[in-house]
Design a protein around this ligand. Structure first.
Ligand code: NDP
Length: 449
């Protein structure tokens, strides 16, 4: 990775910071991509001439709206909704919705920006966007969640569509919320437009494997990273942060490939289970009962719970951050490396700080950045859109084979690009450059957009 930014790129970065004050996560995401691009501008001067980087850093459209709703006590609540339609050079905007109290414009823009390159990496015809609300679903009743989703969609529906913008889930938005959102869209538009949202349920337009896709895909990516090092997941000790959608299916596929997951977490603490995490129990607690991960230790003999603990201090060979942004800092990364970690793949978006990434890259361990490693989710969303467009539904095996081949392809492309641009084995450089070139070429071809 280029540590000192070339002058032209440093100037662009200053401009981005000045134009988007206070949006720290967005600045971080932009810097991480554009600091890889120096050699690209040398090879393709037309990208600089046509100001592609400057244009890519400016969202095509940003929508911010009021979401009023009534809680169970009849009290009026007001949240803020967002949809940032970042780039549609390759296809309709595509990216999830996040419901979490920390959501503000800077988070949505960082996620949307990342999404542009991730979606390009899949090789599928999808642009990038992201959205959400500063709504906290925790402790809310079924009825409150439904009314919030309905109010959110009452505004959002006029901005989306299967050829325009296709949202999906993210933190706090799973199958239940997608159901309520789709129901309200259908009611408002009088169209059964399956292709307008992905992550739908099986039986009403959803795709098999979508639920599992991000986690499974991240594990395929690790398998490929280890393969080039003539190694495999068999018998590896793993740690997976989070216990939501991505974490659960990461753990499932790791176990299927013969690895042993000994720790997972939620925002309140960490569970360690040296016998190997019992995934049925995690699913029961998190997917069915929607309770805290602390319950795991009370129901499973031999398991320990560390309230507020740091999962990265648990020694492991493979670490898969699958909770949220900036969850591995430089110190955590150094601890992981010191404890013998050989591979890290980001199931979450931007979970490693820039310093953490430097530690991993300098240590020469296999590091799969989120843009590449967690692209399986959006890739399978695009497969869901294909099935919706052809009014077809594919089998689990067929869809999973497609996911596997997409992830294997992303690994190969990022590996080869890193080598071509003089950074062999550096998937950060490989992913940023591969994604950028695909979007940049399309933008050039489409004129001044
Ligand atoms: P979920 O809401 O299903 O799960 C999130 C998990 O992360 C929960 O265990 C949650 O704990 C924990 N978490 C959330 N916020 C924090 C925080 N601030 N500090 C500590 N832990 C936290 O979300 P997903 O599994 O869908 O998403 C996880 C990550 O993966 C996100 O970064 C998302 O952007 C990314 N991602 C998701 C994709 C998908 O298909 N779902 C696709 C690609 C990336 P708690 O329950 O206590 O809040």
């Amino acid at each position: 990775m280029n540590r000192a930014l070339p002058e032209a790129i440093a100037a662009i970065f200053q401009q981005v910071k000045a134009r988007n004050p206070g949006e720290d996560e967005f600045h971080q995401a932009v810097k991480e991509v554009i600091e890889s691009l120096g050699p690209v501008l040398v090879k393709y001067p037309e990208f600089a001439e046509h100001k592609i980087i400057e244009r890519i850093c400016e969202p095509e459209r940003q929508i911010i709206f009021r979401v009023p709703w009534q809680d169970d006590r009849g009290e009026v609540q007001i949240n803020r909704g967002f949809r940032v339609e970042f780039n549609s050079a390759l296809g309709p905007y595509k990216g999830g919705l996040r419901f979490h109290p920390s959501v503000y414009l800077g988070i949505v823009k960082f996620l949307g920006f990342e999404q542009v390159f991730k979606n390009a990496l899949t090789g599928m015809p999808i642009g990038g966007g992201k959205g959400g609300a500063d709504f906290d679903p925790k402790g809310r009743s079924e009825g409150e969640i439904m009314r919030f989703c309905q109010s959110f969609m009452t505004e959002l529906h006029r901005h989306i569509g299967e050829y325009t913008d296709v949202p999906a889930g993210d933190i706090g938005v799973g199958g239940r919320e997608i159901g309520y959102l789709f129901g309200q869209y259908k009611r408002l538009t009088n169209r059964y437009e399956s292709g307008v949202l992905t992550g739908k349920g099986i039986g009403w337009g959803g795709s098999l494997v979508r639920t599992e896709a991000t986690g499974y895909g991240a594990v395929y990516f690790v398998r490929e990273m280890l393969k080039v090092r003539r190694d495999s997941l068999e018998g590896k000790i793993c740690v997976v942060s989070g216990s939501g959608n991505v974490a659960i299916y990461t753990m499932e596929k790791l176990a299927e490939m013969g690895a042993k997951v000994i720790a997972c977490s939620d925002s309140q603490g960490v569970v360690i289970d040296e016998q190997g995490i019992d995934l049925d129990l995690v699913k029961q607690i998190k997917e069915v009962e929607r309770r805290r991960i602390a319950d795991y230790a009370t129901r499973r003999q031999g398991a320990r719970y560390l309230p507020g603990g740091n999962i990265w201090s648990v020694p492991c060979q493979v670490a898969m951050p699958s909770a949220t942004q900036n969850e591995i800092n430089g110190k955590d990364a150094r601890t992981l490396v010191r404890n013998g970690c050989i591979a890290v793949a980001e199931g979450a978006n931007m979970p490693t700080t820039p310093e953490g990434i430097r530690v991993f890259v300098d240590a020469g361990i296999a590091f799969g950045p989120g843009k590449a490693a967690n692209a399986g989710g959006v890739a399978t969303s695009a497969l869901e859109m294909q099935q919706n467009a052809s009014r077809d539904s594919w089998t689990f095996e067929f869809t999973e084979r497609k996911l596997d081949s997409i992830m294997t392809g992303i690994h190969a492309a990022t590996w080869e690009t890193a080598e071509e641009f003089g950074a062999p084995g550096n998937y950060v450089v490989g992913a940023n450059i591969t994604g950028f070139i695909r979007v940049a070429r399309a933008m050039l071809a489409l004129g001044l957009i």
